[in-house]
Design a protein around this ligand. Structure first.
Ligand SMILES: *[C@@H]1O[C@H](CO)[C@@H](O)[C@H](O)[C@H]1NC(C)=O
Ligand SMILES: *[C@@H]1O[C@H](CO)[C@@H](O)[C@H](O)[C@H]1NC(C)=O
Ligand SMILES: *[C@@H]1O[C@H](CO)[C@@H](O)[C@H](O)[C@H]1NC(C)=O
Ligand SMILES: *[C@@H]1O[C@H](CO)[C@@H](O)[C@H](O)[C@H]1NC(C)=O
Ligand SMILES: *[C@@H]1O[C@H](CO)[C@@H](O)[C@H](O)[C@H]1NC(C)=O
Ligand SMILES: [Fe+2]
Length: 625
């Protein structure tokens, strides 16, 4: 080792000498200011030999490229370039306290003294002729050989192409495509389209939803509302072996940093996921399964801060599991480090011209009060209405209410709230008669729900649209303040203060379970729309996604169902279309008085008929003539 270091010291390294550790944002995961949680860059620097002993031909771009968190002048670019597909088990800078750069532990040193020099560039043309933004960074085993940079100096609302290369070589990544957002307050000539996803469980099916939206190619940005990965071992939540989709590691629920890295790596072998990352900028938040089922600020359904839990988990605290999950998430997802001094913070806002604000919330990991852990449902019922209960914690709540107000003050036309769980009053008596509400959603935190809806009412904020995932089923409602007391008319939508679009999962099984039938789905849907006052349409059967087309006059939502997720295919059914007009704060009714545009061909509709026979299967893989 010493010899090698000595031999390389004399080489002239050209652009390699310019390479930087600190502009690879992943050395700052989850936070630069907390080196004991994240990575001490000075230690990484000292430990790594400042030249790559890997030959460029021994390095591979193993998991494609990705971009995300677009701003008017910049975007995040991501790749992974490594000597192998395998995730790195290098966690030394996280948990170690010894001077790690010069001890003689082969286990660590042999895997991690070789950094990789990576050049990146951004070009307005597909052939990458002219670089308008570029840089050179290091990556290494410390960050699982991931690279995440911010490309700056870009023009607003412009399509760009980008590529990574191993320094001084022709070993290059695939070319990615991305798009910046419009300038704050820019007036737009065209609508903006969002494709919206949640709940993609790898062993339960192919990510056809991502592929369909990518092939149709009419979205500007992909939005993911969480459950991008799940934490279970093979068989813990679906069996992947039948489809050759066994999530790694397969033999235990994930908990360590290496576990979470492997899990992201195995998800990123799905070709449709890879393609959609390569072609579109993503805006994402996590739900609970990016850490563990029903995560809250001091526990999850599997763990908590008791001694019992610590011993059961082999000496691991829930906080350590969270730190591992969060760090791997920041390493693998194309997202910004939002606030360096607030390391679990992912909540943030995107100002899309003067058309809309996309306010992304974390109702799970950051600071939420105790949730439904099944055994404690009775207890939860008794504390449900406590004013101190919060989904977001006081810091995020204050920020959220200010964002809503500021967005209205700057006269952005719409406020789109991207978050995880349903806010509308949904009656769950059919699923669970004893406690007929979802305590793991806004209804378990009614004071927080009231504060949110009161902010909208008290400040006379129009055009608020909540997005939700989490349920693996579709729920579309007028947004109503306290249904039982408000003068709300479900027939016309009068009295509503906005709209909620809850989408189904990409592959995770819905309420009628993995092998549930269309008929079972319809029965449940009908009961739900009958019993839940603001709920206008519900589907319990299909996996899929939805799209929002947003302009100054209206928001149009199209819901797509995927008929078969057990093979890779391009089939989908447009189930239903909704429209929200500027200033109306409710779903627009069609000529028949139903809260849809045209007809619905799946699910169940309040005060209307669904025409199942009219469902048309379109194949997005079929070549257009
Ligand atoms: C990595 O995995 C891909 C398939 O996902 C395979 O084509 C490739 O050869 C593997 N590369 C290495 C270096 O093992
Ligand atoms: C904490 O976790 C243990 C299992 O490790 C469980 O038995 C107990 O009910 C949990 N307590 C709370 C308050 O979640
Ligand atoms: C929420 O607001 C409604 C209507 O004002 C009120 O009846 C209810 O008690 C409030 N709930 C909580 C938990 O504050
Ligand atoms: C609304 O009123 C009904 C009937 O009185 C009651 O069963 C239900 O729990 C109430 N819903 C809410 C959200 O308070
Ligand atoms: C559902 O279908 C899958 C895939 O065919 C199968 O592996 C699984 O055993 C089925 N589950 C049940 C509960 O029947
Ligand atoms: Fe989910």
């Amino acid at each position: 080792m010493t010899l090698l270091r000595f031999a390389l010291a004399g080489l002239s390294l050209g652009s390699i000498a310019q390479a930087s550790f600190s502009t690879n944002l992943n050395y700052r995961s989850p936070s630069n200011n907390h080196p004991d949680l994240g990575i001490a860059i000075n230690k990484v620097h000292k430990r790594n030999v400042p030249s790559s002993p890997f030959k460029p031909e021994d390095l591979y771009f193993t998991h494609g490229v990705a971009s995300g968190d677009p701003y008017p002048g910049s975007v995040i670019l991501w790749t992974r370039v490594a000597p192998s597909n395998e995730s790195s088990d290098s966690t030394v800078t996280v948990s170690g306290t010894a001077p790690l750069y010069d001890h003689d532990n082969e286990k660590y040193v042999s895997v991690s003294t070789a950094p990789v020099c990576v050049e990146w560039k951004v070009s307005p043309d597909e052939k990458m002729r002219r670089a308008v933004s570029h840089g050179t960074v290091w990556t290494s085993s410390d960050v699982d050989y991931t690279v995440k940079v911010e490309a700056t100096g870009l023009k607003p609302y412009t399509t760009y192409y980008y590529q990574f290369s191993v320094c001084k070589s022709k070993n290059s990544s695939p070319i990615g495509r991305t798009k910046t957002t419009p300038k704050k307050n820019q007036k737009l000539k065209k609508e903006i389209n969002l494709a919206i996803f949640s709940c993609s469980n790898y062993p339960q099916g192919f990510f056809n939803a991502y592929g369909n939206a990518a092939r149709k190619d009419d979205a500007d940005y992909f939005v993911h509302l969480g459950d991008y990965i799940y934490e279970h071992k093979e068989g813990g939540y679906g069996w992947g072996w039948e489809m050759d989709r066994i999530p790694q590691p397969a033999d235990h629920n994930i908990k360590s940093l290496l576990d979470y890295r492997k899990r992201y790596a195995s998800y990123r072998t799905d070709v449709d996921l890879l393609e959609s990352h390569q072609k579109f900028p993503w805006i994402t938040v996590w739900d609970d399964h990016e850490v563990e089922n029903n995560i809250w600020k001091a526990g999850s359904s599997a763990m908590n801060n008791t001694e019992d839990s610590f011993l059961n988990a082999g000496g691991l605290s829930i906080d350590q599991v969270k730190a591992n999950a969060v760090r791997a998430h920041f390493e693998w997802m194309p997202i910004r480090q939002v606030d360096m001094d607030d390391n679990l913070r992912i909540w943030r806002n995107f100002e899309i011209g003067n058309l809309f604000d996309l306010i992304m919330l974390d109702t799970r990991v950051y600071d939420r009060s105790i949730t439904d852990l099944t055994a404690n449902r009775g207890y939860l019922d008794s504390i449900r209405d406590e004013q101190s209960r919060s989904l977001m914690g006081p810091r995020q709540e204050t920020w959220f209410y200010n964002q809503l107000k500021q967005s209205a003050q700057r006269r952005a036309k719409w406020r789109i709230v991207g978050q995880q769980i349903l806010i509308s009053d949904i009656d769950y008596e059919y699923d669970r008669p004893a406690t007929p509400y979802n305590a793991d959603a806004w209804d378990g935190y009614r004071a927080n729900k009231n504060r949110t809806l009161e902010t909208i009412i008290d400040n006379k904020i129009d055009n608020t649209i909540f997005l939700a995932g989490d349920t693996h089923a579709a729920y579309v409602s007028d947004l109503v303040y306290f249904t039982n007391t408000t003068n709300y008319n479900p027939l016309t939508g009068s009295g509503a203060i906005g709209v909620e679009f809850g989408g189904t999962g990409v592959t995770s099984p819905g309420p009628v379970a993995q092998n549930g039938t269309l008929e079972e789905g319809i029965v449940r849907s009908q009961i739900f729309v009958d019993k839940s006052k603001p709920l206008q349409w519900q589907d319990s059967y299909y996996r899929g996604y939805y799209e929002l087309k947003i302009d100054y006059k209206r928001v149009v939502a199209n819901f797509f169902g995927i008929p078969d997720i057990r093979s890779r295919n391009g089939k989908e059914i447009k189930l239903v279309t909704f429209e929200v007009r500027d200033g109306e704060n409710r779903l627009r009714r069609n000529k028949e008085g139903e809260a849809i545009v045209g007809k619905a061909v799946g699910g169940a509709l309040k005060n209307g008929e669904v025409d199942l026979e009219a469902a048309v299967v379109v194949d997005t893989m079929e070549k257009k003539r």
